[in-house]
Design a protein around this ligand. Structure first.
Ligand SMILES: Cc1cc2nc3c(=O)[nH]c(=O)nc-3n(C[C@H](O)[C@H](O)[C@H](O)COP(=O)(O)OP(=O)(O)OC[C@H]3O[C@@H](n4cnc5c(N)ncnc54)[C@H](O)[C@@H]3O)c2cc1C
Length: 428
């Protein structure tokens, strides 16, 4: 193998983005990936003709990083319904994103679970988030999301029946304990644009980026055991030398290969259960939220085949059921509990649904009780860099940006002295 300029550990969005930008600068790069696919957390599996995303993901149209790398037309994106179907006290309420509707629509949409004051405050929150830049939002006073919503006058009823499941569906924080800055960033991006899914699953995004890399850039089924200043040690005992190493894994895996707890690894988790059925339980491609609290476990439900029938074989539908709250059920018990709850939503026909697979995603997104700094790249030593979503907010956008900014920093140091140690000694 040619001597390597950069080894990137992990072929998630941040890793392949870093590799793409480094190769454009002419550096010799290899990406080492433990699994057999690109995309990391946002990848898809094919199972008997069903496309199973590793948890329901959406592409946000307001983001800008992806279109710098690929032609978005290749994704054949289709937009979901702009809003939520909220299950509350045994009925469904269609809650449409007010930016696409009139004030009148909002006030009727949340008829059951919001007071009149809630509706007015909700519209005020939309207006504020729409007109405040991301940069400004991350500098506003920080508190827990719950405290922020309470202080802004939202009723407990609306917080519990709407904000909890909605925030849990997006950042997996049912307890509303994450930083309000963090939640506001998410809410802004949810409120201000449409979200969409590629026809061939969310994993299609990463496979399109992979096509932009030089051939044989990624070594699959290759697990890094340890990172050093001079390269990486693989679990098979082989040592690969390089001038720079980029750790583009989640924070827990990063700490493991660093043999140290150098990166904040608090995170949220989610489980997604996939079922197949003959008839879709809804007709719209809309995320359904569970607004009833108590002992229920289902947080949200989405039917990808209402958007892209290609997610399932002909004549079949695919249903994704997500659970965010903690529980101690095993897989069978969890499946039965979810189906029992959903029989209250859709009737006993759910008992005919066929369980395809359950994904338990232990590191879903970084959990930030306080968002004191937002970084997209971090240099740990002369030659070791960290990128990925763990330093900012969990999203494909921040992972891609993080890869790009890390590549720029490395390329700068590479060009200046072609020796990172010399650069540091010179105080660059
Ligand atoms: C269920 C769910 C839904 C989400 N929904 C959205 C959404 O709608 N929109 C959005 O923008 N974001 C969403 N996200 C967040 C988004 O998926 C992540 O922020 C993003 O994918 C993180 O990319 P990453 O490159 O930082 O890390 P990862 O995707 O975690 O990539 C790390 C890679 O490193 C590999 N690796 C780990 N250890 C090693 C090792 N020792 N050796 C070699 N390889 C290793 C892993 O296999 C993996 O491929 C969601 C996340 C989840 C879990």
């Amino acid at each position: 193998m040619k001597p390597l300029d950069v080894i990137v550990v992990g072929a998630g969005y941040s890793g392949i983005s870093a590799a793409y930008y480094l190769q454009r600068k002419g550096l010799n790069v290899k990406v080492l990936e433990v699994s057999s696919q690109v995309g990391g957390r946002a990848r898809s599996d094919n199972m008997n003709g069903f496309t199973l995303d590793r948890g329901i993901h959406f592409y946000h149209h307001s983001t800008t990083e992806l279109s710098k790398i690929i032609d978005l037309k290749k994704l054949e994106l289709k937009n979901t319904y702009p809003g939520y179907l909220l299950r509350y006290e045994d009925t469904f309420n269609l809650f449409t994103n007010p930016l696409y509707q009139t004030l009148d629509t909002i006030s009727t949409a949340l008829a059951k679970n919001a007071t009149f004051t809630d509706k007015i405050r909700l519209f005020g929150l939309y207006a504020k988030l729409k007109t405040t830049s991301y940069n400004k939002l991350v500098k506003e006073n920080d508190s827990s999301t719950y405290e922020y919503l309470s202080k802004n006058g939202f009723s407990k009823k609306l917080i519990n029946s709407f904000f909890r499941p909605m925030i849990a569906a997006n950042i997996f924080d049912y307890n509303l304990q994450s930083s309000s800055r963090f939640s506001k960033v998410y809410l802004k991006s949810l409120f201000q644009d449409h979200v969409a899914l590629p026809k061939e699953g969310i994993g299609k995004i990463a496979t399109e980026i992979e096509k932009k890399l030089e051939s044989d850039t990624i070594l699959f089924k290759t697990k890094v055991k340890e990172v050093t200043e001079d390269g990486v040690l693989l679990t098979n005992g082989e040592f690969l030398e390089s001038k720079f190493v980029v750790i583009a894994t989640n924070a827990i895996d990063a700490n493991n290969i660093l043999n140290d707890k150098r990166i904040d690894a608090e995170c949220s988790h989610v489980s997604t259960l996939y079922f197949s059925c003959d008839q879709a339980p809804v007709s719209k491609p809309v995320v359904m939220l569970n607004g009833d609290n108590g002992t229920t476990l289902v947080n949200h439900v989405f039917v990808p085949t209402c958007l892209h029938p290609e997610y399932a074989p002909n004549g079949k539908h695919l249903v994704a059921v997500s659970v965010v709250k903690d529980h101690d059920l095993d897989d069978d018990e969890l499946m039965i509990k979810c189906l029992t709850e959903l029989s209250g939503w859709f009737g006993l026909k759910v008992m005919d649904w066929f369980h395809l697979k359950t994904y338990h995603i232990k590191y879903a997104m970084p959990f930030k009780p306080i968002l004191d700094k937002v970084e997209f790249t971090h240099q740990l030593s002369d030659s070791i860099f960290v990128c990925g979503d763990s330093m900012s907010v969990g999203s494909m956008e921040s992972a891609l940006r993080s890869g790009r900014e890390t590549a720029a920093l490395i390329a700068q140091q590479y060009t200046k002295g072609n020796s990172p140690k010399a650069d540091f000694a010179a105080g660059i």
